[in-house]
Every structure is written in structure tokens, then in C-alpha cells.
Design a protein around this ligand. Structure first.
Ligand code: F6P
Length: 363
């Protein structure tokens, strides 16, 4: 039997378990491969004892409906920027790709499926460049990978955000308030714009379109003048004013990412400073958007990604990532998959369409 190693890396995301189950189910039919999972991304291959689990049909039965990942995950310990203490005790991030690849090979694995977002697929590419047969599976609630029309987890996040938005509308209406709801997405406004359209927001602020606070004040005032009496705003965590910067904090030790979150409060203060007299309330959805059970769409997408990824392993189609393009499941070279970031196009139809629905972006 050949040995396949599976890992989930980066932030978790609804649908990861469905991918794992899809791989295991398809592998079982092949009768040629045993599937193993490394716990907490690739950390499991270095611990003593090893934290590598055999992924059987029994172990993965029914997990497709569960959020999170049975393999756990981390966004630290990136092989390309691996935290190592120098002689002064300071953490330095160094490239340890070769150490990871050698270890995986020494453990007798014939191939790897790496499930993760942009950062994880850069790791997949580095592994492949170092001679490891690897297939990538894209995940992220942010939907910011350009090689695939959709990542699983995104639809679930939008549904959670929309359900929350709907609840905020009724309370905004009752109190004649301005409600600001902050959603995730890092540098992409996909969750925000989809939620704003689905929920019927008056204002949507995304990283791709820096906003002018005066334009927002005009919109809010005109709503109150018309007697509508409330305003609901969706703001992406990476949105920024034309004059000013985003709200970001230093990530944890070993993590290369800044931590976003808090723009709702910044916007609230800016609106008050600019003269908005209505009461304003802020809601930061945070990690609720990544939790819980995946929607049916995400379960389907993730399960089929799992099957496709395993078939790529069987066919020796390595150095590629599974993608969903024009309603088809295809494989794209990792190089291409990690080249461009998937931003919301400023002149795209989704933005023009949202404007057509009366949504203001503050540009
Ligand atoms: O990339 C997914 C994501 O959920 C972003 O939308 C968010 O900024 C980030 O991860 C949060 O990361 P963490 O779980 O480390 O706080």
C-alpha cells in the first residue's frame, strides 16, 4: 500500500472535514493507498511520539457535517518562515522547507494533500519544488484565491453573516439606529459585499474601495430625512477610510499575519466626529463566521474537492491545486494558483450591481 499524508493548515473553515472524508472515501475505492493525517498542519510529523493518525472510513464517518477540522490546524509553524530562537533568545523566521520534505519522505509517505489557503498553497508549491509529490486543496472563508471561482467555507460565512445582519435590521429599525456590522475577509471584500446584497444594507465598506466619511454622512442623513429612520452598514475588517489607515494589531509570536478587527468601532467614532447624531451600535461577528456546520453548498464543494484531489494523486497530477472554475472541477499549477490575489474588482459587475441596488461604498 502506498501512503498518503493529509494536513490542514492556516485558519479553520467549515468544510475541511468534508474534504478529509472525501479523500478517505475515494482512496478506499482505489484499494492502493492508505491515508494518514498529520495533526496541527505539519507539526505532527516532528513530535515524539508522532501525531499522525490513520484516517479510516470509521474515523471519518459523518464528519462532513461538522465544522472545524478533526486534524486541528495552526497558522504558525509555516515551513517557509519557521520560528527558530536565535542565540539571544529572539524568534527568527527561517526557511525550513527541506527539513519538512526530508522528514515526510523519511516517514515513508509517497504523496501529500495539503488543504489550506493562500499561505498553505505557497507551502505546497515549495514542497513540490523540493521534490515532494503534492496536491493542494484551496480553503478559506475569505474567497481570496484567484485560481478558483469559489473556496469552500465562503458560502457558510456569508450565510452566518446574513443571518446576523437580518437580526440587526429589526433592532436598528425599532431604535432608529445606525447599526455597523463588521465581517471578516482580510484584504478582500467578498464576505462583506455578498452579505450587503443578501441583507439589503444601505452601506458596504470593503478594502478595495477606500471610503470618504462625508459621503457616508450624506447617505445616513438622507435616509433619516426621508423618514426611513435607520441605517445598516456592513464593513469588512480590512476596510479603510480615504484618509487614514486600517485597524491592525501584531499577530502572536511565530505568526506572520497582523490581526485585523475593530474597524466597526473606528467607523462609529468617525461618524460621530463627522456629525452623525443618530445612536450608533457596533457588532463584530469575528470567528462565529468560521464556526459551525457548513452549508449544503460548501459540503458539496468540499467533498468533491476531496475526491478530485485524491484522483489527482492517483493520476500523478502533482504540483497542482484543485479548483472550481466555470462549474467544473479542474487542476491548476500551484504556481498559477498562488500568483494573484482575488480582490473584488472596483469596476466589476458585483460592485456596479450593488450600487444599482442602492448600496453606497463611500467612493
Ligand atoms: O483568513 C481567514 C480569516 O478568518 C480572516 O478572515 C481573518 O482575518 C483571520 O482569518 C483571522 O485569523 P485568526 O483565526 O488567526 O484570528
Amino acid at each position: 500500500m502506498k501512503k498518503l499524508l493529509v494536513a490542514t493548515g492556516g485558519g479553520d473553515c467549515p468544510g475541511l472535514n468534508a474534504v478529509i472524508r472525501g479523500i478517505v472515501k475515494r482512496a478506499k475505492k482505489s484499494k492502493e493507498w492508505g491515508v494518514y493525517g498529520s495533526m496541527e498542519a505539519f507539526n505532527g510529523i516532528f513530535t515524539d511520539p508522532l501525531r499522525i493518525v490513520k484516517l479510516t472510513g470509521k474515523k471519518t464517518a459523518g464528519i462532513h457535517i461538522k465544522g472545524g477540522t478533526i486534524l486541528k490546524t495552526t497558522n504558525k509553524a509555516d515551513p517557509l518562515h519557521y520560528p527558530v530562537k536565535d542565540e539571544n533568545g529572539n524568534i527568527q523566521l527561517v526557511d525550513k522547507t527541506k527539513m519538512f520534505v526530508d522528514r515526510i519522505k523519511d516517514l515513508g509517505f509517497d504523496a501529500v494533500i495539503n488543504i489550506g489557503g493562500d499561505g498553505s498553497q505557497k507551502i505546497s508549491k515549495a514542497f513540490f519544488d523540493h521534490g515532494l509529490p503534492v496536491v493542494g486543496v484551496p480553503k478559506t472563508i475569505d474567497n481570496d484565491l484567484s485560481a478558483t471561482d469559489m473556496t469552500f467555507g465562503f458560502q457558510t460565512a456569508v450565510q452566518i453573516a446574513t443571518d446576523s445582519f437580518d437580526k440587526l435590521v429589526t433592532t436598528a429599525e425599532s431604535h432608529h439606529r445606525v447599526m455597523i456590522m463588521e465581517v471578516m475577509g482580510r484584504d478582500a471584500g467578498w464576505i462583506a459585499i455578498h452579505t450587503a446584497i443578501a441583507g439589503g444594507a444601505e452601506i458596504c465598506l470593503i478594502p478595495e474601495i477606500p471610503y470618504d466619511i462625508e459621503k457616508l454622512v450624506q447617505k445616513i442623513e438622507s435616509r433619516y430625512e426621508k423618514g426611513r429612520g435607520f441605517v445598516c452598514i456592513v464593513i469588512a475588517e480590512g476596510a479603510k477610510p480615504k484618509a487614514g489607515s486600517i485597524v491592525a494589531r501584531q499577530g502572536e509570536e511565530g505568526s506572520r499575519h497582523v490581526r485585523l478587527g475593530g474597524v466597526a468601532f473606528q467607523l462609529s467614532q468617525q461618524l460621530k466626529d463627522a456629525g452623525v447624531r443618530a445612536e450608533i451600535r457596533e457588532t463584530v461577528l469575528g470567528h462565529t463566521q468560521r464556526g459551525g456546520t457548513p452549508t449544503a453548498f460548501d459540503r458539496v464543494l468540499a467533498s468533491l474537492f476531496g475526491v478530485k484531489a485524491f484522483e489527482m494523486v492517483m493520476e500523478g497530477d502533482f504540483g497542482k491545486m484543485v479548483a472550481f472554475k466555470n462549474n467544473s472541477f479542474i487542476s491548476v499549477p500551484l504556481e498559477e494558483a498562488t500568483r494573484n490575489y482575488n480582490h473584488v474588482g472596483v469596476d466589476s459587475f458585483i460592485v456596479r450591481g450593488a450600487k444599482g441596488l442602492g448600496i453606497t461604498f463611500g467612493d
